[in-house]
Design a protein around this ligand. Structure first.
Ligand SMILES: *Cc1c(COP(=O)(O)O)cnc(C)c1O
Length: 385
């Protein structure tokens, strides 16, 4: 094997190449154009939403979603501790403070602990301006329970679905929950526009306001007239063309990742101390079912039972040019957010200490995947021998 094997590399084919060249040749190189409009319509249909706004990143989409629901400086936003830093960073951009809540056994935020955190923050006199749960690593969080908690406290519910596009929970597609939700098309996500994201919502005025804020908040005048601070957060037409080709291929890419999950499951089934992170995968994505998008396959290693640690496996893979990574380090353990309030129960910290994500990309060839599983088998033989 020569090329290093990554966790989740972009999966682009000739189809994407043709789409981008087609957009270039159409003359729509200036930021907006027909591929942006079409991509938005296709994304909205895919996620069961009325509106989608294509933006420059998932982080930008989070920022505008929070502004859109009225998050203000000095308020607090209750969010998942177990997430990528982008979630918490976007909260900070608004001048609000993140409040971190720990996971339940699924890895997603614990709704009962969210209830407690919001109640406690309010009792301390904080203005809780939004609830921002994250769909962790391909699994849609319990937004029915979370929406009930948010509503009872009068707090707007916004969803970070950056990692769950293509997944379902009880028949509802990822991205359909909350006043607004966001997805990411970064290079390592389940589909990519090289860099990009989108905001999804059902309210036409909300979508209009997000488009306005994302294009420097220009008033409808011939000269440039501005009454508030805007952003340059729109997705370009060339990248939207790439996104359209990726969205078409998303079901096939998801199936490929599902295959890796199935094979990892079989590989680790009889290994003591190893469990698959996130529990069940769910059935196939028919209406009414709950199913993962299989973005990443991760294992949890109980070192006492296994006789080795997740880091031992990571180092063995690294020595064979295979990338594997710990699960997200919880935000309440990050130095940058040390002063933010946190409602921790030890679960996310345990996942961080014992979890390892394995190569899961849909661009992996059969040969590459076989090399990965053989390398793991070699490790397991050595570890048990
Ligand atoms: C990737 C990711 C984001 C950020 O998306 P970008 O497009 O990289 O800005 C936000 N939240 C979560 C949970 C993510 O995994």
């Amino acid at each position: 094997m020569t090329a290093r094997i990554y966790l989740s590399s972009p999966d682009v084919t000739e189809r994407e190449e043709q789409a981008v060249v087609g957009a270039l040749r159409s003359g729509w190189v200036a930021p907006l154009g027909p591929d942006v409009d079409a991509f938005e319509a296709e994304l909205a249909a895919f996620t069961g939403r009325k509106h989608a706004v294509a933006l420059s990143s998932g982080t930008a989409a989070l920022h505008l979603a929070l502004l859109g629901v009225g998050v203000t400086p000095g308020s607090v936003v209750v969010t998942s501790s177990m997430t990528f830093a982008a979630t918490a960073n976007a909260i900070t951009y608004t001048g609000a403070t993140p409040v971190f809540v720990d996971s339940d056994e699924t890895g997603n935020v614990d709704p009962a602990l969210v209830d407690k955190a919001i109640g406690d923050q309010k009792a301390q006199g904080a203005h809780v301006s939004a609830l921002l749960p994250v769909d962790l690593i391909g699994k849609v969080a319990d937004h029915v329970a979370l929406a009930e908690v948010a509503e009872r406290h009068g707090v707007p519910h916004v969803v970070d679905a950056a990692e769950s596009l293509g997944a379902f929970r009880e028949g509802r597609p990822a991205g359909q929950d909350g006043i607004a939700s966001i997805v990411s098309f970064n290079g390592n996500k389940i589909m990519t526009t090289s860099g990009g994201g989108a905001l999804l919502c059902d309210d036409a005025d909300f979508a209009r306001r997000v488009r306005y804020l994302s294009t420097q908040a220009r008033q409808p005048e011939v000269h440039y007239e501005h009454t508030e601070t805007g952003f340059n957060y729109r997705m370009s037409n060339l990248l939207a063309a790439l996104g359209r080709a990726q969205l078409e291929r998303l079901p096939a890419m998801l199936e490929r990742r599902r295959e890796w999950r199935t094979r990892y499951r079989a590989l680790f089934a009889a290994v003591p101390g190893v469990t698959m992170f996130g529990g069940d995968d769910g059935a196939t994505a028919d209406a009414g079912t709950t199913v993962d998008n299989f973005w990443l396959t991760s294992v949890l290693v109980d070192a006492d039972r296994a006789g080795w640690t997740s880091d031992d496996l990571r180092l063995h893979l690294a020595a064979h040019d295979i990338e594997a990574r710990p699960l997200w380090k919880p935000m309440h353990l990050q130095p940058v957010f040390a002063s933010a309030p946190a409602y921790a129960n030890g679960t996310s910290e345990r996942f961080f200490r014992t979890g390892l994500s394995l190569p899961s990309g849909s661009a992996l060839s059969d040969e590459q995947f076989q090399y990965v599983t053989e390398t793991i088998e070699q490790f397991l033989q050595k570890a048990s021998g």
